[in-house]
Design a protein around this ligand. Structure first.
Ligand SMILES: O=C(O)CCC(=O)C(=O)O
Ligand SMILES: [Fe+2]
Length: 208
């Protein structure tokens, strides 16, 4: 459970954004897709998790996804480009991502989508973030994971071997290149006891 890990992160209330750079591990997938992994990116994030859990106006939704309307088995809150983020630590995360990826991405991350997975029954089904520009253009989606560890599963769109990365409290994964249109990702339900997890997805303008 994530709170066991939290005993190890020093108990500080101020979440600290670690360096990107040499600590980021890039994994090339097929067809021009890649992911970057930076485990333990945000240290001391317990208070951040609690603030987000209690203060974000979480909503249950139904959503059109890939030309279908589907139930959303998790709670959501979306912050647009000009909306203040719910905690200054998230502003620091976005700034750090923008410093690191500015050149490669060619534009800033501006929006933040937050998902709240209450337990192992909450999930996100297989999809690419391709309602917007991700349908036709290379882009990046950076995801900060907080709370309970859950597996982000990935598979090539149209079939192929599935891979997965277990993301824990403070870990960062960035999906890049063609990942949103040539691959799909999911947080699958788990039968194992799972506490709450919050993910924060930073995206450029027009990517959703
Ligand atoms: O929670 C996650 O890590 C993934 C969320 C996701 O894929 C999405 O909201 O598009
Ligand atoms: Fe997604």
């Amino acid at each position: 459970m994530w709170f066991q890990g939290s005993l190890l992160d020093g108990g500080t209330d101020r979440a600290e954004v670690g360096p990107l750079g040499a600590q980021v591990e890039r994994v090339e997938l097929s067809r021009g897709a890649w992911i970057d992994l930076r485990y333990g990116w945000l240290q001391g994030a317990d208070a951040l998790f609690e603030t987000l859990q209690s203060e974000v106006p979480w909503r249950a939704e139904r959503r059109e996804m890939y030309e279908r309307v589907v139930d959303v088995p998790r709670l959501l809150c979306h912050y647009g480009a000009h909306d203040p983020l719910p905690d200054p630590a998230l502003e620091r995360c976005r700034d750090a991502l923008n410093d690191h990826y500015a050149e490669e991405l060619g534009e800033p991350f501006v929006t933040a989508g937050l998902c709240y997975y209450r337990d192992g029954r909450d999930s996100v089904a297989w999809h690419g973030d391709r309602i917007g520009r991700g349908r036709s253009e290379d882009t990046m989606v950076a995801i900060l994971s907080l709370g309970e560890h859950r597996k982000l599963s990935l598979r090539p769109a149209g079939g192929g071997e599935q891979i997965g990365y277990t993301l824990g409290h403070g870990d960062l994964i960035v999906m890049g290149g063609s990942c949103q249109r040539t691959w799909e990702h999911a947080i699958l339900k788990t039968a194992k006891p799972a506490g709450p997890r919050i993910s924060v997805q930073f995206r450029p303008r027009g990517v959703l």
